[in-house]
Ligand binder design. Structure first.
Ligand code: ADP
Length: 357
């Protein structure tokens, strides 16, 4: 077992004569046994990164290592990696047993009986032992997903690579499989890189998450760190639902002045923005307080535009000066209605300040 390292890895494609930078100088070490989720919007370079680790794409610059061994110059079959795809990629004409055995027969010197035993054991672990003689076409999506996982597990690889493996499942099964996959990965202790575009999935599954945008790694951190201490505005806006509120503000001494409102900074925060002419003020919807006291510090009189139910909370969209400006998450116990005037407080300890865009 060993760490998986991406060392200044880039990938360039030639798109009809113009250069596409799909991955731009990415460096990260995924620790032995770690579950790293690679997350970002569509087209940001997630699949390309995974495919370079698997050996399905060449690396344009940089190195990929497993422990101290360079692996980016080895063919895929010599990388000791198992990949699980969104499409499952099962062989339709083979049974579940055949699918799980396939690859093992060539890649190991295990005997038939041992392979059979391993397949039986793994299929029991995944709850598909009674499906071994069926073909993929006779299975539900969730069952097919388990077979695809089983096929990766029997190979006992150093690294699992998973490319949106749950996105073809319905919402309920998806959230059940998230928990199951996590537990399985923990039990097996296999270093895993998991790709998703879904920030909720990333936040709930990863030991750490690596957030990519436009080919560039923005931050590698635990989900909580990325949530509480986002490295930049992109991460701040990408992580969290509903998304963080942003306001462009002019810096005037210890006061931030924006179109919608002005915000007085404490001496400490004022020092942090000294020298900047403009900053972006960010506040998470769940950090906006809806209160009764208009005289409180950092409190603003607003009008409720729309109330959107979200289970036991509501997303309350607020207007300042006649325009919808921001959203607050408010507990369901507090009744708030469209058109109502409410006082919204933006507590300074929850404010994030970023370079202006
Ligand atoms: P993601 O998985 O995050 O959606 P991809 O890794 O698939 O993103 O793609 C990253 C970027 O690289 C995109 O701009 C995409 O269009 C481009 N790209 C991917 N594969 C190729 C290719 N074979 N040729 C040209 N451009 C490609």
């Amino acid at each position: 077992m060993a760490d998986l390292t991406l060392d200044h890895v880039s990938k360039f494609f030639d798109d009809g004569g113009s250069k596409v930078v799909a991955v731009d100088d990415a460096s990260v070490t995924i620790e032995d046994g770690e579950f790293l989720v690679l997350v970002g919007p569509s087209g940001c370079g997630k699949s390309t990164t995974l495919r370079m680790i698997a050996g399905l794409e060449t690396v344009s610059e940089g190195e990929i290592r497993l422990g101290d061994d360079r692996m980016d110059n080895r063919p895929p079959r010599d990388r000791d990696i198992a990949m699980v795809f969104q499409s499952y990629a099962l062989y339709p004409h083979m049974t579940v047993r055949g699918n799980m055995r396939f690859g093992l027969e060539e890649s190991t010197d295990m005997g038939d009986a041992d392979i059979d035993e391993l397949v039986e054991e793994t299929s029991s672990m995944l709850g598909i032992a009674d499906l071994l003689d069926r073909k993929p076409g006779e299975l539900s999506g969730g069952q097919q997903q388990r077979v695809a996982l089983g096929r990766a597990i029997v190979r006992d690889p150093e690294v699992f690579l998973m490319d949106e493996p749950l996105s073809n499942l319905d919402a309920k099964l998806r959230s059940q499989m998230r928990t199951e996959l996590q537990r399985l990965q923990e039990d097996l202790g296999v270093t895993t890189v998991y790709v998703t575009h879904d920030q909720t999935e990333a936040m709930t599954m990863g030991d750490r998450i690596a957030i990519l945008n436009d080919g560039e790694l923005q931050q590698v951190a635990t989900p909580l760190e990325a949530y509480h201490r986002p490295a930049n505005r992109f991460v701040a806006g990408f992580i969290g639902e509903p998304s963080m509120n942003f306001f462009e503000m002019d810096v005037q001494g210890d006061e931030l002045v924006g179109d919608a409102f002005s915000y007085e900074l404490s001496a400490k925060s004022a020092e942090a923005v000294e020298g900047s002419e403009r900053v972006t003020l960010g506040i998470r919807p769940e950090d906006v307080e809806v209160i009764d006291d208009a005289a409180a510090d950092h409190a603003y009189e607003t009008t409720v535009d729309v109330v959107e139910p979200m289970g036991n909370e509501n997303a309350v969209y607020l207007e300042l000066g006649g325009e919808r400006r921001f959203v607050a998450t408010v507990g369901g116990m507090r009744r708030v209605e469209a058109g109502e005037s409410v006082v919204a407080r933006i507590p300074e300890d929850a404010v994030h300040l970023f370079d202006a865009t």
